[in-house]
Design a protein around this ligand. Sequence first.
Ligand code: NAP
Length: 546
Amino acid sequence: MAQAELDQGAHFDAIVVGAGFAGMYTLHRFRQLGMTTRIYEAGDDVGGTWYWNRYPGARCDAESLAYSYSFSPELEQEWEWSERYATQPEILKYAVHVSERFDLRRDIRFERRVTQAHYDDTAGVWRVATDSGDSASAPLLIMATGCLSVPNTPELTGLDNFRGKRYHASQWPHEPVSFEGERVGIIGTGSSAVQAIPVIAGTAQQLTVFQRTPNFSVPAMNGPLDPEFVRAFKSHYREHRDYHKRGLSSGFGDLEVVPRERTPMALTAANLSDEALDAICDSYWQTGGARFMGAVADALLNEETNRRVAAYVHRKIRETVKDPQTAEDLCPTSHPIGTKRICVDINYYETYNQPHVELVNINRSPIERITASGVQLADRHVELDTLILATGFDAMTGALLKIDIRGSNGQRLADKWAEGPRTYLGLMMAGFPNLFTITGPGSPSVLSNMLVSIEQHVDFICDCLTYMREHGYRKVETSLDKEDEWVAHVNEVASATLFPKAGSWYMGANIPGKPRVFMPYAAGVGAYREVCDRVAADGYRGFVFH
Ligand code: NAP
């Protein structure tokens, strides 16, 4: 594709960083407001997370009918999802379709990674630079950089000595990768690996999984979508969208609208016998998907309930995995269920019953180093043709801190966030005027259906810009007081849950040296939306306009 010319001193009403679902919707809405907008995107196409994460088996763990834009009734009616959980290629196709249908591409510059964004107090603009040499300015800067977009490559001794093929799950080649006849090793057992392992096992000659911490996984119960069901669902799309937006579903896009009093949110486990709780867990297990965590209301609030739900999953693992030691190694015991993102799988546990698939518990048999031909464990060497790192991301703050962002008076975001991220509503940071983060830390973001949260943030920002226009304001910022208040509230909500009990990426615990702070807002999208709506109705309380 011929590259568009570099922007040299170009000026726009807004600059957006990232052309994933957040960036694309922002551009669409800003155009409707009559704003000139430029998106810079590091990849060579749209799609964000779905552009990068092409590992085998990659698919969404939210229902496809819910994990899609709601802003265009025509789009949602005309687009046909083929499976209950869409595959990565299908979601990427959808993203490309949206970019073409709404003619977004002409304002996007691909293969341009933003390296720098400095606020010029005198001119009242953000000055942005890319690694290709673009320079542009705009009064408004929108960070649509994604929550899981900076890969984590752990420091494993000798990693660069490996002479076989090496991949990171989130930087997968665009060409097909074959494992036929190969000895494949995979490090990590999070959502990415849990999806990839059964698919890789399908063709590899030998698959060795190096596991440090087991994760809880529930079956997806994926399958083709029934056209009759889709037709009925689409005839009530607004009702479903409203249900998802008000946070009455689990966050993964339940496809049935039920009155609040009949949702599991009204049901706590305290008065349930073990048999009754098992029956409820069974019905959620059979239905499939991450909504399993919503089977009872207090699973993430009450340690005893959590222990009982975890015990149910342990039983399922032991029933499924034939080798008793492998089954024990796969049973997570170091964190309450749900406090690390629950995985959703297709035949994950079953895969370990195949004779050519081996689980190595690296707590018992530590990785000493990576060698030219494989992995040296404390007690033996595992020969490999291919090594896959499914080792996760520097989540939520990584993408923002990779950019040299400086606000008013040259304040560096990296300094401001040295002890952990601080925002007002996950949308704005004090000292960084006219800079909004989409699904930033301090908002429901990764605990929600991202499409729901993205649209809510973009709509909030657009309403705020309209308010500014009506009142003749050119600059919006927030105050340290408001930011402190919100950070305290986010912490208070998190500490009422079991989330802080896990060393999760939600806590920054997967990255050495990263401050341990629970980053997302755990009150749910419905409660959060109400807060934002009240803030707006009160003349954008907590925001200061000039
Ligand atoms: P992850 O959940 O952070 O898992 C990373 C894995 O790598 C963990 O098992 C971790 O072990 C292991 N690891 C990291 N460093 C290691 C080291 N030095 N030695 C050995 N093991 C190491 O990352 P992910 O699987 O990519 O998933 C991240 C998030 O992306 C998910 O939680 C989810 O939100 C999202 N995601 C969603 C989907 C979906 O929609 N279906 C699919 C994939 C990802 P420890 O636990 O011991 O640190």
